[in-house]
Design a binder for this molecule. Structure first.
Ligand code: ASP
Length: 369
């Protein structure tokens, strides 16, 4: 049984296969309308969401499956009574064949998967990751550019809290010849742990910049993101930073003729509505791709769960080398946003890529030994 907790739970070949399946689903939807008959997807959303939850639900219904949903899990559920995410996931595992979970705590999907008995899909865990958005992003890049290698990709906005950015950069590390132009205000720069665990070990070419104007002409794709208001502890910092970058028609004049514009949505002010008419703007096509990639993913995970019900692969901890349990039990992750910080019942899991430096498997933050 497999989960999708981190985009790197999938390798390059699997990502390519998912894109092929999703493209076939887009072209011949009728072929797949009975694929998941008799199966149930539970959507468990502890954070507001419209598009991601509905995209999952639409994906499962298009595969002929059923859906049960907790749209506002915080206020309408046992979480209000103090139930842990682990217990909630265990209970929902008894009602559904697959779970898509969104939670405001980093690593919550891993916590759910660790004790759950059905495949778990991370539909966004705090400011950490959002792998199924990345599936939509990759299909969009592939279908619009015809390739995934040798591209200069600009990512602009909130690179600190933007979970879609973190997952996208991880995925791009699997491809060749990618050059990243990371554009953000200084306060919202990419977290150092992503540079240390993804960019540097994979020798990715990147620069950090404070200016979109300066680089727009070099880009094959520009990925705009919203400043993540809900992650700010200080509301005045959000007010100061919220309009840091605005892509409008006049800025688009400096972009290449085939530079695509992407956005995970929702947009606030960062793309002027006038850009929607530009043929290079593909954020609504990206939304459509998300549904088909989620269909392909659900199909894949359910098929694998049927083949190997007992074998449990929990993602990150299976890729890197895991600290022995007895040793891990002596440590706690110090990241206040990590699910292990607030839910003491979560088992501490630390992993290492180099045998020396350990990170929390839930939130990827370094463990100070
Ligand atoms: N919808 C994306 C997410 O859930 C992007 C965003 O909210 O800005 O992370």
């Amino acid at each position: 049984m497999r989960n999708l907790l981190d985009i790197l739970d999938l390798n390059r070949e699997e990502l390519q296969r998912l894109i092929e399946t999703a493209s076939d689903m887009k072209e011949f939807p009728g072929k797949y309308s009975h694929t998941c008959e008799g199966k149930i997807l539970a959507t468990l959303f502890f954070e507001p969401s419209t598009r991601t939850r509905m995209s999952f639900e639409s994906a499962m219904l298009s595969l002929g499956g059923g859906v049960i949903s907790m749209a506002d899990a915080v206020s309408s559920s046992s979480a209000k009574k103090g139930e842990s995410v682990i217990d909630t996931a265990r209970v929902i595992s008894c009602y559904a064949d697959i779970i898509a979970i969104r939670h405001f705590k980093e690593g919550a999907a891993l916590a759910a998967a660790d004790k759950g008995t059905v495949p778990v899909i991370n539909a966004g865990d705090g400011g950490h990751g959002h792998p199924t958005q990345t599936l939509a992003d990759l299909m969009t890049i592939y279908s619009e550019k015809g390739r995934m290698d040798n591209l200069t990709i600009g990512i602009a906005g909130d690179l600190k809290y933007g979970r879609t950015v973190h997952s996208l950069i991880s995925a791009l590390s699997l491809f060749d010849g990618i050059r990243l132009v990371l554009i953000s205000p200084e306060e919202l720069a990419l977290p150092p742990y992503i540079i240390d665990t993804v960019i540097t070990p994979n020798h990715m070419d990147y620069i950090e910049s404070r200016s979109l104007e300066e680089h727009i002409g070099e880009l094959d794709a520009i990925y705009m993101t919203r400043i993540q208001q809900e992650r700010f502890d200080d509301p005045s910092a959000y007010e100061r930073l919220k309009d840091s970058f605005i892509l409008d028609r006049s800025l688009m004049e400096s972009a290449k003729d085939d530079c695509i514009v992407m956005h995970p949505l929702p947009r606030v002010n960062e793309i002027a509505p006038e850009v929607d008419e530009d043929k290079r703007a593909c954020y609504f096509r990206q939304v459509a791709n998300g549904r088909f990639m989620r269909m392909a993913l659900i199909k894949m995970l359910l098929e694998e769960a049927e083949k190997n019900p007992a074998e449990k692969v929990i993602g990150l901890a299976s890729r890197a080398v895991r600290m022995p349990e007895a040793e891990a039990g002596k440590h706690r992750c110090a990241n206040e946003r990590c699910v292990t910080f607030t839910e003491p019942s979560t088992e501490p899991i630390f992993v290492t890529d180099d045998g020396e430096h350990y990170r929390c498997a839930y939130c990827d933050k370094a463990l100070a030994l």
